[in-house]
Structure formats: structure tokens, C-alpha cells
Design a protein around this ligand. Structure first.
Ligand SMILES: Nc1ncnc2c1ncn2[C@@H]1O[C@H](COP(=O)(O)OP(=O)(O)OP(=O)(O)O)[C@@H](O)[C@H]1O
Length: 253
């Protein structure tokens, strides 16, 4: 049976500038399922990042409700929201900002120590996760400037999941990477999703979208398509690709 982790009801976000209102999200009712790898696609300016920021508690909606793992995020003060995000959400963005004066391992531990005070346990988990994403021991004491873009992004993913977030949110996480680094980073997303991590990821990229088991399509702040793709595996990639291409064509992408 599927378990809902996020549910929105009539979610609206309006930005105002110079006396002009822009209705970016319009009455969105969305259900995000635990364990899913949910992809959000749509044309530029359709509201993908705005939706990601709203459901992850990074920004407050103008109207509507967000229920996140049984908690009404829309009722939270900014301080409570910040604590909620730190304890329950992981974030990966296109630009990865690691702390340049700290080693790879310390960058991960610094995030972990905000939530888990048991350093020995944390070091063990950090090392296991770094190995899982292909960052091996001889890179743990390196500084971020000594890493490639793909390696840095993989460290960023470890940093984002060190506290066992309920959901990992990602906004164009491979947008700045070449195709080989992208593939390595996507393999990490696939693997952590297989091990149970819920993921919500915004992308323009078809190869990235293929990793999800569900693709939501936004057009002008409204959901106009919702494709169930089934779990990713390397073997059925051709058929998935065809189904996704057809879906995107229907959406006018
Ligand atoms: N903080 C803000 N203040 C004013 N307008 C904003 C703000 N954030 C987003 N917008 C506007 O909301 C609209 C949707 O932006 P959003 O970044 O969500 O789109 P997107 O679908 O993620 O686009 P892209 O694919 O180009 O990143 C855009 O027109 C943008 O200019």
C-alpha cells in the first residue's frame, strides 16, 4: 500500500512586484508518495522550482495547505519551519556550495552534527555513504576545490542525506555537469531511491527524468500531466524513453 508523504490542497503562490501580481502556482492538489522518485518537469517559468520550494518548506505559499508527514507546514512559524527542514529535508541544487576550508568528510559531518550529536555513529555513516557514491577514502581529506564538479555534487548528495531526510529535494542537480558526471550522479540518485529514499527532483533533462518512477508536468502553474513510469532499471530504458517522449510530446514540451 502506498503512503502519502506530502499532500497539498489548493496550493497557490503569487509574486507581486511593481504593483503587478503573478500567479505562479494555481490551486495545486498534489500527493507525493513515500519511496517514490518523483520528477517535476515543465517549460521554463512554469513554476517547477516555486513548487519545490513550497512543498519543502523553503518558501511559504500564498494560499492553500501543505501536509508534510502529518504536519501542517502552512501553520509553522519561520523558525519552526527552519528546524523542520533541517531535520526532515535534504536539498541538492545545480550549484553545490561546499565549505572550501573544510575537507570532504568534515563538510558532510558539519551537516550531520546539526542533528545527530553522536559523532562516532555519524563518522561511520558519512564514510559508508561516501563510499556508496563512489568517493573513496583517498578523497575524504581533500578540499572541495580539489574535486571535479561531479565529485563535488556526489559529496553534496551525501551531505543532503546524512541526516536521513524524509525527502531529498533536488533542483536541476546535473545542470552544470558533463554527460559522464551526470550519469554518475544519476546513478547515485537511482541507488539511494532503490534503498528507500523518497526523492522529488526538478529537471528539464529527459535522461534525468527517466530515473523517476513518476513524472508530473506543470504548465503555467497547473498540473497538466502525471505519468507513472514504474521503477527505473537499466534494462527497460528504451521502452521508458519511448513512453516519456510520447508523454512529453502530448504535453507540448
Ligand atoms: N522570488 C520571486 N519573486 C518574483 N517572481 C518570482 C520569484 N521566484 C520566481 N518568480 C517567477 O515565477 C515564475 C516561475 O518561476 P520558477 O523558477 O518556479 O519556474 P521554473 O519552472 O522553475 O523555471 P526554469 O525551468 O526556468 O527554472 C517565473 O516567472 C519567475 O520569474
Amino acid at each position: 500500500m502506498t503512503k502519502t508523504i506530502i499532500r497539498t490542497e489548493k496550493l497557490c503562490k503569487t509574486f507581486s512586484s511593481g504593483g503587478i501580481q503573478q500567479h505562479v502556482l494555481k490551486n495545486l492538489d498534489i500527493r507525493i508518495v513515500e519511496g517514490d522518485f518523483t520528477i517535476i518537469m515543465g517549460s521554463s517559468g512554469s513554476g517547477k522550482s516555486t513548487l519545490l520550494y513550497a512543498i519543502s518548506g523553503m518558501d511559504k505559499p500564498t494560499l492553500g495547505e501543505i501536509d508534510f508527514a502529518g504536519q501542517k507546514l502552512t501553520k509553522f512559524s519561520n523558525d519552526r519551519l527552519a528546524i523542520f527542514r533541517r531535520n526532515h529535508c535534504g536539498f541538492v541544487f545545480q550549484q553545490i556550495y561546499l565549505l572550501d576550508n573544510m575537507s570532504v568528510l568534515d563538510n558532510v559531518l558539519a551537516s550531520g552534527l546539526l542533528v545527530n550529536k553522536n559523532k562516532r555513529e555519524l563518522v561511520k555513516r558519512a564514510k559508508e555513504l561516501l563510499l556508496q557514491v563512489g568517493i573513496n577514502e583517498n578523497s575524504w581529506s581533500k578540499f572541495p576545490t580539489q574535486l571535479s564538479g561531479g565529485e563535488a555534487q556526489r559529496v553534496g548528495i551525501v551531505r543532503a542525506i546524512i541526516n536521513n531526510p524524509k525527502i531529498l529535494f533536488a533542483d536541476e542537480p546535473t545542470g552544470a555537469l558533463n554527460s559522464l558526471s551526470s550519469k554518475n550522479v544519476l546513478d547515485v540518485f537511482s541507488e539511494i531511491n532503490r534503498s528507500g529514499q523518497s526523492i522529488v527532483l526538478v529537471t528539464h533533462d529527459v535522461n534525468t527524468a527517466l530515473r523517476g518512477n513518476r513524472v508530473i508536468y506543470l504548465k503555467d502553474g497547473v498540473i497538466c500531466g502525471d505519468l507513472q513510469l514504474g521503477s527505473y532499471s537499466d534494462d527497460d530504458n528504451l521502452e521508458r524513453h519511448e513512453r516519456l517522449k510520447e508523454f512529453l510530446a502530448e504535453m507540448g514540451w
